[in-house]
Design a protein around this ligand. Structure first.
Ligand code: MEV
Length: 416
């Protein structure tokens, strides 16, 4: 897997690779104790636009988190291959070039690692601009860093001639493997579920220590992701559950078993050809999973408020991720009208929560192999209202609303 790029594309035009965020539907916390969890891709995505340069510079532009930096030299592929852990890439870079602690620093290190490992000499010599826009909220447990790593890995692998449209099983596996390394740069010892969901899309079942399992023929499901904006620490919450289990091992193990059973059951049911039956099942299971998580002590008054408001709109909700604040996920009935979703979002927003109506279970990574500069420029012009000099700058300046127009993923719309 670490072999040097084989057939780098000789000349290349700007293109976009994109990948989704994720939400855990069932099984958070119990997954730490070896039970199954089920996660799905979100229609909120990260979009990585790469454009060629001629000055040999590597510009990384992440307007959503205020990063616009130019790396002079990337680490060599050999230096990267010699690292004991991808996270050690910081030792290969000048500290002066790195942003301070935070998502900007993490993203810069991930870029340096993946670009250093994957870019062919020709592209290193001429340089490139990478501009990533993301609709996945950062730090909300929605897989924003995996969406970044996967879109980046796909774009760089394409420049190295190892991936074209990222639509075959082999290409996706390669993207997933490299994105996992990117996630190791960002998180040290990630489980791999976030990059797997961002790569493959749809719904995945996951058990610690084994490869994620794609769940067949599932129906994409409408949800509202509600960010309570209450800060939480996954580490503290996981430690709290552990302390509770130390105190009441038999009771807490029963709760873990029950959560695991819900996840296993849901994993089976995602293959149900009847969307109505699946919806019926999920509505009950979501409410039950939340109650079990509350029994573990990881709910929060803000999450309970979301749950009550959503339930009053016939949208059962549960916390998603670590809890203690963070995000909740409310299931939107198939029959719900756009006005029903707007009504629940307005009520939640009035409480100070941020609402994201989205779809779980859609497309994974997409790499617009056939998209050329003209198509990207035409698209930027259309959504930005014209006048784009530098393509990357125009892309960087797109409003979140204009980007949102692009979901489902940009590339299909860009293919002429
Ligand atoms: C956090 O998103 C999910 C937890 O189950 C922690 C983990 O799986 O590492 C709470």
């Amino acid at each position: 897997m670490l072999a040097a790029p084989s057939n780098p594309i000789p000349q290349w035009l700007p293109f976009v690779a994109s990948a989704p965020g994720k939400a855990i539907l069932f099984g958070e916390h119990a997954v730490v104790y070896g039970k199954a969890a089920v996660a799905g891709s979100l229609s909120m995505r990260a979009y990585a636009l790469v454009t060629p340069r001629t000055d040999g510079l590597m510009r990384l532009c992440l307007p959503d988190i205020g990063v616009d930096t130019t790396l002079g030299a990337l680490p060599s592929a050999a230096a990267i291959a010699s690292l004991a852990h991808p996270g050690d890439v910081a030792t290969l870079l000048s500290a002066a070039l790195l942003p301070q602690e935070g998502p900007g620093r993490t993203a810069t290190l991930t870029f340096a690692y993946l670009a250093g490992a994957l870019l062919p000499a020709s592209v290193r010599q001429s340089g490139l601009t990478l501009c990533v826009r993301s609709l996945v909220p950062v730090g909300a447990g929605l897989g924003s860093s995996a969406a970044f790593s996967v879109s980046l890995a796909a774009a760089l692998l394409r420049l190295g001639g190892r991936v074209s449209a990222a639509d075959s099983a082999e290409e996706r596996q390669l993207v997933d493997q490299w994105a996992f390394r990117g996630e190791q740069v960002a998180h040290g010892t990630p489980s791999g579920i976030d990059n797997a969901v961002a790569t493959h899309g749809g719904f995945l079942a996951y058990t610690r220590g084994s490869s994620p399992r794609q769940l067949g023929a599932a129906h994409p499901t409408r949800v509202v992701i509600c960010d309570t904006r209450v800060p939480k620490s996954t580490r503290v919450l996981v430690a709290g559950v552990r302390a509770l289990r130390d105190q009441h091992p038999a009771a807490i193990d029963s709760v873990m078993d029950a959560i695991g059973a819900l996840a296993e059951d849901a994993a089976q049911r995602f293959a149900d050809p009847s969307a109505e039956r699946l919806e019926d099942h999920l509505r009950g299971a979501v409410a039950l999973n939340h109650a079990l998580l509350a029994a573990l002590g990881v709910s929060h008054p803000a999450l309970e408020r979301v749950r009550m408001i959503s339930a009053a709109h016939k949208m059962p909700a549960k916390l998603t991720g670590a809890g203690g604040g963070g995000c909740a996920l409310a299931l939107v009935p198939q029959a719900a009208a756009a006005s029903d979703v707007a009504a629940v979002c307005a009520e939640l927003a009035a409480e100070g929560f941020a609402c994201h109506p989205t779809v779980v279970g859609g497309a994974g990574v997409e790499c617009a192999a056939r998209v050329g500069a003209e198509a990207v420029a035409a698209w930027v012009e259309r959504v930005a209202g014209g006048g784009c000099g530098d393509l990357a700058d125009a892309f960087a300046a797109l409003s979140a609303g204009a980007l949102a127009e692009l979901a489902p993923p940009v590339p299909r719309k860009l293919i002429p």
